[in-house]
Write a protein that binds this ligand. Structure first.
Ligand code: NDP
Ligand code: 2IT
Length: 445
């Protein structure tokens, strides 16, 4: 494989899709060596087949607002690869959603799902619908219209969507209700469902919990743990919330959260009712964190700024892609940060990652560190298939075990000669090998 040649071809074929190019480039660089050592990959043209999605569906989503005005959004589902299991991946509702963003997310999902050790292929979907300022009734009508197109191509053994930015428990509920009506069946077709209708305990917390379990393993390689550590978290959504809960439980102190409007610094730590307040903020559909500083005296709001300028031991970017750039990375390193563990998908730019790895700091990419969300989705699917519910402790134990296992896999495939653990390389190689070998075994499709 020649990385430059493949990238040139990819850029030519998918012009302007910069996030997709970025995600593919990172994987190619990591797997180049192992790919070239295994001639069956080249003769089966595995990489060329992996970077082209199996299929892309785009569709119209018309809906009426509370005043009766009609709007039209675009819906997407990208079924990227199902070599190791049914297509699986979240739905994102955000005005920035386009083909490039969903292709980067769908591509990453292939490797992430492979790392979980559960049988799940890679997919992603969503819409450029903006939930900001919408009423519950509007969100419901939008979800119903979205599902009117989607239901036909998903199913418990074909494609199982879940949440992502802008899609949480409420949206999964409306989507599931519409699916059940259209398909005339009640099956485990979505994950992140409510507990009363097929959901799994721990799924809401899973991405954040998993990310912190992963950070704990990273710290242990240096003989460290979370106790007494100051932690910067970005975002205030589902992932940020779960991470804040687990950091606090393990004795760390969360000092920031953030939104598109800026960040909040709380020197006393964001714990207890302050973490519960994050759910309230998210449920307002207003998409701002500034009210935190009005609600809690110890909170200070920094408009238009990012939390990476704060002096912390650990950084958990949990908001969105490319939210931590080179200058942010330099600031974190300068302040003595020892560990950066990605809760979001691709939140650090390639230049920021270079700074982290160059400084020898512990850095883990989202496809390994945030895999706990989709892993617990896989556990929800398993429970749905068996028609039983596991206890909170059972799901949490399994999640913990899966994250430890992913960490071990990264160490095995990513440890450099000088002992530095390159988690990017480790995650990409381990995730890739299982999928690539499965594709070779199953012939040309
Ligand atoms: P949520 O919608 O619950 O929360 C995301 C929050 O981050 C939103 O409030 C969003 O606001 C905010 N945000 C977006 N951009 C920025 C920014 N530039 N600065 C600060 N805040 C921002 O989504 P999730 O918590 O589910 O997802 C967060 C990240 O985690 C995403 O990258 C997602 O792909 C990833 N992820 C999610 C998983 C899950 O199970 N939910 C699993 C694995 C990864 P706004 O809408 O205005 O942008
Ligand atoms: O990015 C992700 O892994 C998710 N949004 C979760 C996907 C899932 O199917 O649970």
């Amino acid at each position: 494989m020649n990385v430059d040649l493949i990238m040139n071809e990819l850029v030519k074929k998918n012009p302007g899709e910069i996030e997709f190019h970025q995600a593919v480039h990172e994987v190619l660089e990591s797997i180049e060596e192992i790919y070239n050592e295994n001639p069956q990959f080249e003769s089966s043209k595995i990489i060329e087949r992996l970077i082209e999605p199996d299929r892309v569906l785009t569709f119209k989503v018309p809906w009426a607002d509370d005043q009766g005005r009609i709007h039209v959004n675009r819906g997407f589902r990208i079924q990227f690869n199902n070599a190791i299991g049914p297509y699986k991946g979240g739905l994102r509702f955000h005005p920035s959603v386009n083909l490039s963003i969903l292709k980067f997310l769908g591509f990453e999902q292939i490797f992430k799902n492979s790392l979980t050790s559960l049988p799940m292929g890679g997919a992603k979907g969503g819409s450029d619908f903006d939930p900001k300022g919408k009423s519950n009734a509007e969100i419901m009508r939008f979800c119903q219209s979205f599902m009117l197109e989607l239901w036909n191509i998903i199913g418990p053994n074909t494609d199982v969507p879940a949440g992502d930015i802008g899609v949480g428990g409420r949206e999964i509920g409306y989507l599931y209700g519409a699916y059940r009506k259209l398909a005339r069946e009640n099956t485990g077709v979505l994950t992140g469902k409510g507990l009363n209708w097929g959901g799994s305990l721990i799924r809401p917390e899973a991405t954040g919990f998993g990310c912190v379990y992963f950070a704990k393993e990273m710290l242990a390689t240096k003989g460290e743990d979370l106790k007494g550590k100051k932690v910067a978290i970005s975002g205030f959504g589902n992932v940020a919330w779960g991470a804040a809960l687990k950091v606090t439980e393990l004795g760390g102190k969360v000092v920031t959260l953030s939104g598109p409007d800026g960040y909040v610094y709380d020197s006393e730590g964001i714990s207890g009712e302050k973490i519960d307040y994050m759910l309230e903020l998210r449920a307002t559909n207003e998409d701002i964190v500034a009210p935190y500083a009005l609600e809690f005296e110890s909170g200070e709001f920094f408009q238009g700024k990012r939390p990476w300028e704060v002096d912390v031991d650990i950084a958990l970017p949990c908001a969105t892609q490319n939210e931590l750039e080179k200058e942010d990375a330099e600031a974190l390193v300068k302040n003595g940060c020892m560990c950066v563990c990605e809760g979001a998908n691709m939140p650090c730019t390639p230049e920021a990652i270079e700074v982290f790895q160059g400084s020898g700091l512990l850095y883990a990419p989202g496809k390994a560190a945030n895999a706990g969300g989709v892993a617990t989705s896989g556990l929800e699917m398993a429970q749905n298939s068996m028609k039983i519910n596991w206890s909170r402790a059972e799901v949490d134990d399994r999640l913990h075990h899966i994250m430890t296992n992913i960490h071990q896999n990264c160490v095995e495939h990513g440890t450099d000669e000088d002992g530095y653990i390159d988690y990017v390389k480790g995650a990409n190689i381990a995730g890739f090998l299982k999928v690539a070998n499965s594709m070779v075994d199953q012939g040309l499709f």
